[in-house]
Design a protein around this ligand. Structure first.
Ligand code: MG
Length: 374
């Protein structure tokens, strides 16, 4: 029996993870934690209406023998002594739990991409010390992980992350001047939480995923490409030096990568139907529109500059997205806030978590200042 702690239990990933755990007799949920973010976003925005809800405490009670709402996730981890941690916390707040698991060699299923983006170097060093497996839950990274499994690094030429393009694919900058949070939250292929859905609409999500992939697979940025694949059937491709490429295909359903990470390396059964080629699958690919969606290029730049630039990118984006969802910032200004913040931070590397938290705090303050001017 694998004893699992689920962090971010009431979010989209958390709820689907509970389905996967319930359906598998070898998986046991021993502790669950939820935050409070979603309700704050909805409360702050007049366009969003909460039609049904349970309180954080009600939503999580009874899910597991140990539960916690808000607070320090590492306290819950200490008490629960898990065999595996599924970290589905949203944003920088997920970082301490990631480092806790990696440092101790406790297997980590990682759905919190921000912790690798902001703390890639620290996380890799912790993983080297701990020696436990890190299996990504992000669909593109799970796909790439599977294509790369058991292959030697020198065989791999490059990795291609796919993007649906989000709800505004094909639009120009002019078309996007007046989009509302409700427009940005209408994702064509994936149903997700509000932060990541806005990030998908700006392509910041793909930017974060680019940096996440750089650390996860230890590939230089020039060997990671992004392609738009509107139906979200191909989740990633790996190109090899002999001209061959392997792709991972599947319906856009997060229960697949969640199950893969929770049951790794056993690839247990799920109730997801196999791909139906008779019903007409469309697999077209396009290059991303970097002009309309500058956050993708800004992420690549921040990643290439190294140090805490990626941490600042993430921090500024979190601040700007929260302001957009609260109706305080136009959609196109999200990228402006991130760009201005990146121009002002020093990007000096962080030697430990405390220095990283400082870099994150400074970037947030700069982003807030840039919001006040916008
Ligand atoms: Mg993804």
């Amino acid at each position: 029996m694998k004893r699992i702690v689920l962090l971010g239990a009431t979010g989209s990933i958390g709820r689907q993870a509970i389905e996967v755990i319930d359906a598998n007799d070898d998986l046991e949920l021993v502790a669950a934690m939820s935050g409070r973010q979603a309700i704050e976003v909805i409360d702050a925005n007049d366009d969003l209406e909460l039609v049904a809800a349970m309180s954080g405490t009600q939503a999580i009670e009874g899910l597991a023998p140990l539960t916690q709402v808000g607070g320090d996730p590492t306290e819950l981890l200490e008490r629960a002594e898990p065999d595996l941690v599924l970290n589905a916390i949203v944003g920088f707040a997920g970082l301490p739990a990631t480092l806790w698991a990696l440092e101790r060699g406790v297997p980590l299923a990682l759905a919190n991409k921000e912790s690798l983006v902001a703390a890639g170097e620290l996380a890799l060093a912790a993983q080297e010390r701990g020696g436990g497996p890190l299996v990504p839950v992000d669909s593109e990274h799970s796909a790439a992980f599977q294509c790369l499994e058991c292959r030697r690094d020198d065989q791999v030429m490059s990795l291609v992350l796919t993007a649906s393009g989000g709800p505004f694919r094909g639009r120009s900058r002019d078309d996007l001047a007046d989009v509302t949070p409700a427009d940005a939250l209408a994702h064509p292929t994936w149903t997700m939480g509000p932060k990541i859905t806005v990030d998908s609409a700006t392509l910041a999500n793909k930017g974060l995923e680019l940096i996440e992939a750089h650390f996860l697979f230890r590939l230089p940025y020039e060997r990671i490409d992004v392609a738009v694949q509107p139906t979200s059937i191909v989740h990633a491709l790996v190109r090899f030096r002999d001209g061959g490429a392997l792709a991972h295909l599947g319906y856009p359903d997060m229960r697949v990568p969640i199950s893969y990470a929770l049951t790794y390396p056993r690839r247990e059964a799920t109730p997801i139907p196999p791909l139906d080629f008779a019903s007409g699958l469309t697999l077209e690919f396009h290059p991303p529109d970097l002009e309309t969606f500058p956050l993708l290029g800004l992420a690549r730049e921040a990643g290439e500059r190294g140090g805490t630039y990626a941490c600042a990118y993430n921090a500024a984006n979190e601040v700007a997205v929260a302001a957009f969802l609260a109706g305080r910032l136009p959609f196109l200004a999200i990228a402006d806030v991130v760009e201005e913040t990146l121009a002002e931070v020093d990007g000096a590397p962080a030697r430990d978590l405390a220095e990283l938290v400082e870099a994150d705090t400074r970037a947030r303050a700069l982003a807030e200042r840039s919001l006040a001017v916008a």
